[in-house]
Design a protein around this ligand. Sequence first.
Ligand SMILES: Cc1cc2nc3c(=O)[nH]c(=O)nc-3n(C[C@H](O)[C@H](O)[C@H](O)COP(=O)(O)OP(=O)(O)OC[C@H]3O[C@@H](n4cnc5c(N)ncnc54)[C@H](O)[C@@H]3O)c2cc1C
Ligand code: SF4
Ligand code: SF4
Length: 410
Amino acid sequence: MQELHIESPVPHRSLCTDCGVSRTSNPKQCATACQFIQPDYKTFEIKIHGRTRSQTKEDELHFGVFNQMHKASLKQPSVGAQWSGITTRIAEKLLQTQRVEAVITMQPDPLDMWKPVPVLIDRAEDMHKARGMRMGYAPLLSMLEPAIQLGYKKLAVIGIPCQIYALRALEKSLNLEALFVIGTPCSDNTSTENFHQFLNLITPHPSEVTYLEFKANYHVELRFKSGQKKEIPFLQLPLSDLPKDFFPLTCRSCVDYTNSLSDITVGYMGGEGEQWLLSRNAKGDELLALLADEVKLSPAKSHGKRHSAVLGFKKNVELAAGGLPLRKMPNWLRPIVAWLMPKIGPRGLEFARTRVEMKAIESIIHLRREMPSRVKHMVPQHFWELTKRYGLQPSASEINQELEKQARVQ
Ligand SMILES: Cc1cc2nc3c(=O)[nH]c(=O)nc-3n(C[C@H](O)[C@H](O)[C@H](O)COP(=O)(O)OP(=O)(O)OC[C@H]3O[C@@H](n4cnc5c(N)ncnc54)[C@H](O)[C@@H]3O)c2cc1C
Ligand code: SF4
Ligand code: SF4
């Protein structure tokens, strides 16, 4: 197992999540590899999945190309995992069956369990060290060169969407014999330092917290060293007490919530309390098959209606981005709505669609306000399809004619 020792400071670019490319021997690759410069999802979808997301197959516009979609849980959940541990178990199986020689992923920093540290794992029995969610980003892809220097030709990478976009852009140049990509969704990330501020606001005992998750039942779950658990409704989170720049523009304008370029996406959004799996291509099917009867699968279901929730969100983002006060709910109403939301709000796949649409709206509004010239380059065409039903459409200067032309040729 090899850890990355990060000595140099984060290289400076205005939109950068330090995915690791700028720390390789050829940092100029950022120009073509970066999700925040000129991403080209259509071309990558064709290369990786053999086709682009369908306009007619239900849910592909929202979640990207997929062959199979399930609610899922490991029958025996892994200790220390974020959910049931499907992500790290797939990687462990890849090592056990020698389909790969090493896995590039994150493990916790020994001095700060919330801080991700890139790591190269080459023994199946070490995979457990990567379990759980860290908050923040770290240069995952700077492990690619050390892996190749060690002679590894068959790799798996576990990563969040901005890391996986860059990995796909570099994939061909790596000359690997095999690459398996396990992605998790990602949203509302921030630096580990900022995350500590948030933790300090939501509990008087931040150093006792061992687990945190924003769950699909509209609550944040906290677990403590004592074994105690606590759920806080989203509506009662002190979000208005956070500094304005708490979420960096990268994460407010990120365009790939569901990690659409991975072979398999393992999340929880459409899982109604279980995990949510999307196998996107033949490799993803192979990864899922590795779990055999260790995994329980069932159809992902949908309940409720999202339209008014998404529209209300859009109005609030517009006000906030314009520096105006938000439409705040009176304090007396909050506990009632917090109680009602898990019962009548969008649930299952409808919850996942809600979050994807909210993210698309947020990305467009924040980019328009803070970096309007980037809208044309960063916002993929399918986003506009998602946002048009909420009255958010591109101006002529916001459409990337070049990418449109290429897509028509393909
Ligand atoms: C910042 C962040 C935000 C997320 N937001 C959502 C969301 O909104 N909706 C949703 O459905 N899912 C989200 N996820 C994914 C979700 O939290 C779980 O990671 C996923 O469901 C897998 O659970 P598991 O039990 O299979 O994972 P485990 O088996 O516990 O494995 C987790 C894997 O994730 C890796 N990992 C942990 N933290 C990071 C990090 N900061 N950067 C890169 N890799 C990391 C670990 O190294 C490990 O390989 C998010 C993940 C992160 C890191
Ligand atoms: S490719 Fe990675 S390191 Fe380079 S600018 Fe983009 S996020 Fe930063
Ligand atoms: S929200 Fe997007 S940009 Fe931010 S860390 Fe997650 S994938 Fe990267």
